[in-house]
Design a protein around this ligand. Structure first.
Ligand code: HAM
Length: 420
């Protein structure tokens, strides 16, 4: 029979990779809680309109990458390609906006984009998504960078670059759009088909195009950064001076653009040379008009997302052993009778306990004990039962001793041995 395989771009995360994912997510959670963030779990499936309206209909994500389908009720629904849109919807729908002056939220889970799969780019990937609602002051932009710095340090990542830019506000962008439409209009025949369309619909998206021809043309165009309005420039300078105070090296990249329409002012990306072409493993920015554009009050927002799959490619696994692991090796039916009482005893006392069901020989049991990382092996056979003892083998030192076969005091007796 033909085997059913996973879909292209979808994969199983197991073994060391699962440990790296957990490390990233656990450390992120710890720092997010330290900085006062609350976890929220939001749906994976939303109305298609949510993403079209927030991410923007002329973006690659909305034009090409969404898993959209009509459900049996006839509604167009989409597997979330990112979390910010859903977070804003939840912030409004739960009424949080009316109850809290500031909301600091995070959510961890899978996102879905129908991109061409390659190293670091999958159709299902995980994000740690972080959002702050209600702070306009640029100190929060710097606080996010500081938290990111601490998370990456704790994960053990040393080599990375934080790039930042300001993409301005609708006001400075309107003026700039007129400027660049003039610039691109002249070179229209050399733009790709998508960008010719974008020139009418959303000219700023041309900066996001990956086709070499368009890249070359936009590479020497005027820059929004040089045309920011005064309040946007003051805001960005404030952000930079706070990052200086914090002593975090951050590079201004005037050409940095983001592939989603909702951003305003500060945007940033964290990249690493170790990733090849998919080099951003974290990205985010401000979205000061998004809440209002979704029917809410004028609440500013800022956030970022860690691409867990990509960050996990950059760190080495360091499996920390937590607690000891006890293995029972038994010989004969009488000894087998100790499996259940020992399983109860050790697991009730939070000790990892292994045994090999249907074991045929001591050798196979010792091999299995090794493979599960047991540090103590208890060996019982008829002889030991007759003498009222059990053999305790210390796997790290390959040494053996005996203890009384007395389950009531076994845990304490084992602790006593390990202290010696
Ligand atoms: P984004 O830049 O689209 O931003 O994605 C954030 C991160 O998710 C990327 O830097 C990357 O590490 C990871 N990522 C994106 N696509 C893929 C993929 N196909 N395979 C593997 N990893 C991927 C956002 O999603 C915004 N919602 C971030 C944000 C939050 N902005 C404000 N708040």
């Amino acid at each position: 029979m033909e085997k059913i395989k996973s879909l292209r771009g979808f994969r199983d995360i197991y073994g060391d990779e699962v440990i790296r994912f957990r490390l990233i997510e656990d450390i992120s959670r710890r720092y997010l809680e330290l900085f006062g963030y609350k976890e929220i779990i939001i749906p994976v499936l939303e109305n298609t309109g949510l993403f079209v309206r927030t991410i923007g209909d002329a973006t690659d994500i909305v034009e090409k990458e969404m898993f959209t389908f009509t459900d049996t009720g006839g509604d167009s629904v989409t597997l979330r390609p990112e979390a910010t849109a859903g977070m804003v919807r939840a912030y409004l729908e739960t009424g949080m906006f009316a109850k809290e002056r500031i909301s600091k939220l995070f959510s961890i889970g899978p996102m879905f984009r129908h991109e061409r799969p390659q190293k670091g780019r999958y159709r299902e990937f995980r994000q740690v998504d972080v959002e702050v609602f209600g702070i306009e002051a640029p100190i929060i932009d710097a606080e996010l960078i500081w938290m990111i710095y601490l998370i990456l340090k704790s994960i053990g990542l040393a080599e990375y670059t934080i790039e930042t830019n300001s993409v301005g506000c609708p006001e400075c962008r309107e003026g700039f759009k007129r400027l660049i439409v003039g610039y691109f209009e002249d070179k229209k025949q050399d733009l790709c088909e998508d960008c010719r369309r974008r020139l009418q619909k959303n000219p700023l998206r041309i900066f996001d195009c990956k086709s070499p021809g368009c890249k070359e043309i936009s590479g020497s165009s005027p820059l929004l950064f040089d045309n920011l309005c005064d309040p946007c420039r003051v805001h960005f300078d404030g952000f930079l001076s706070h990052t200086e105070e914090l002593n975090i090296p951050i590079t201004v990249n005037k050409r940095l653009v983001r592939g989603l329409d909702y951003y305003t002012r500060t945007v940033f990306e964290v990249t690493s040379g170790g990733l090849g072409s998919q080099n951003a493993f974290l990205a985010g920015g401000r979205y000061d008009n998004l809440v209002q554009s979704m029917g809410g009050p004028p609440v500013p927002g800022i956030g970022f997302a860690i691409g867990v799959d990509r960050l996990s490619l950059l760190i080495s696994t360091s499996v920390k052993k937590d607690g000891s692991t006890v293995f029972l090796a038994y010989l004969g039916d009488r000894a087998k009778g100790f499996i259940v009482p020992m399983m109860r005893l050790f697991t009730e006392n939070n000790v990892k306990f292994f045994y090999l069901p249907d074991a045929k020989s001591l050798k196979s049991q010792m091999r299995y004990a090794d493979s599960v990382g047991a540090d103590t092996v208890l060996i019982i056979g008829d002889d030991e039962i007759d003498k009222g003892i059990l053999i305790v083998r210390d796997m790290a030192h390959s040494s053996q001793t005996t203890l009384p076969l007395d389950l009531t005091n076994l845990i304490d007796n084992l602790k006593g041995l390990s202290k010696k």
